[in-house]
Ligand binder design. Structure first.
Ligand SMILES: *Cc1c(COP(=O)(O)O)cnc(C)c1O
Length: 396
């Protein structure tokens, strides 16, 4: 019997090993930056960051200033933290106060950072993503030049971001972005050889070693999900997160009885129905209505009817034994007796990407941390600045 109605169990040892696997793709001297934005893609930013550092990541990246502050407040004082997102004036101040690196692309940004007290900056070229950064390579070079001679500013990095690294059939767009960035980075590194050039996300790291430059920024693969939406195991990656609930009730349905809002499931024959207390209020999305499987005692059972805010129903079959499933764990993402439901499978059913599946988990779902099954004492998200590996005591 579970101790919680729903729980996301995160294996920090898997995050460590995924980082080691990613590093094995990098040539000597290239660093791994673990992207822990959006609460570590739903896995918990601070425990994930600690595990990634234990696995050999040297940098951390987030999107908002509050995310940077959370890492520093948790005691992660040493590693460089890059804030990749757009920042309001107030957020810029918060990011700099957290000693985070920020991204600039206009000369005005450099002056704003200097006026806010100074700090470390990365200049961003928009080589084709069409979002943040400037697509004018000369403007980007001028911004870098200004940053390099402005008091209080440390010019640290030169970066870009790929739009199609995960799409094999992108008509050469990835290579075009790569070439444009390589040319620009080469030019400014001639003047600023200490600059850290970085471009690759997880997909780019696995796709093309020419994209690695000095640093790679990996998110999805750190958590053991496949950046291409296919088979993570084929990339040597281990999913870190399992989502588990339990069978809270088993009831008998007669032919014609229905379950859930809108009666979107009507029993065609006598059957047993399991009620599992997870719903879209937990991030188990309504698009999974009549469109998912759940593992109970190592077998797949179909989710039937509408996903409501707090509950789902699964069809357990007609046999009397179905009654004995009351209280059994119900795995929504994860493995049971070698049967597996991956975030990639759930994403395909929802016509979305694995990123959105784990990011969707709401704060109502408690995150529990373990290392290959050994539960970690206390919240791994607080406390002193130790690597996750040092905090492996069992709670009993
Ligand atoms: C989120 C993000 C990444 C990480 O991407 P993954 O596909 O999760 O590896 C890297 N760089 C930037 C700018 C990002 O926003």
């Amino acid at each position: 019997m579970n101790s919680e109605r729903v729980q996301a169990s995160v294996n920090l040892a898997a995050i460590e090993r995924n980082c080691a696997t990613l590093r094995s793709h990098l040539r000597e001297g290239v660093s791994l930056c673990a992207v822990v934005k959006a609460d570590g893609y739903g896995h918990g930013a601070v425990p994930s960051a600690r595990a990634a550092l234990a696995g050999g990541a040297r940098w951390l990246a987030v999107v908002s200033s509050a995310e940077a502050r959370e890492l520093r407040d948790a005691g992660l004082r040493e590693p460089p933290v890059l804030v990749m997102g757009a920042l309001t004036a107030a957020e810029l101040s918060e990011a700099l106060a957290a000693r985070a690196d920020v991204v600039v692309w206009r000369e005005r940004h450099v002056r704003e950072v200097a006026a806010a007290g100074g700090g470390r900056v990365h200049v961003k070229l928009d080589s084709g993503m069409g979002r943040l950064g400037t697509s004018d390579a000369e403007e980007a070079a001028r911004t870098a030049e200004l940053a390099s001679r402005t008091a209080g500013i440390e010019l640290v990095g030169a970066m870009t971001h790929f739009a199609t690294a995960d799409e094999a059939d992108d008509g050469g767009f990835f290579e075009a972005q790569l070439d444009a960035f390589a040319r620009w980075a080469h030019e400014i590194k001639e003047r600023q050889p200490q600059l850290v050039a970085h471009a690759a996300n997880s997909a780019a790291v696995l796709r093309d070693a020419r994209s690695h430059f000095d640093l790679v920024r990996c998110g999805i693969a750190v958590y053991g999900m496949d950046p291409f939406g296919e088979d993570a195991a084929a990339q040597g990656l281990e999913p870190a997160l399992e989502l588990v609930s339990y069978v809270a009730e088993v009831k008998r349905l007669r032919t014609g009885d229905s379950a859930g809002y809108g009666r979107r499931f009507v029993a065609q024959a006598d059957a047993h129905l399991g009620v599992i207390p997870i719903g879209y209020g937990d991030g188990w999305r309504r698009g999974l209505s009549n469109n998912a499987d759940v593992l109970i005692t190592g077998r797949r059972y179909p989710l039937v009817g509408t996903v409501s805010m707090d509950n789902i129903t699964v069809l357990l079959g007609a046999e009397q034994e179905a009654k004995s499933l009351r209280g059994e764990p119900a795995v929504l993402i994860g493995e049971q007796a070698r049967e597996r439901i991956s975030a990639e499978e759930v994403a395909r059913r929802l016509d979305t990407i694995n990123y959105e599946v784990t990011c969707a988990l709401t704060p109502r779902v408690p995150r529990a941390y373990h290392r290959d099954g050994a539960r970690l004492a206390g919240p791994a998200s607080s406390g002193a600045d130790e690597p996750a590996a040092a905090a492996g005591a069992e709670r009993g």
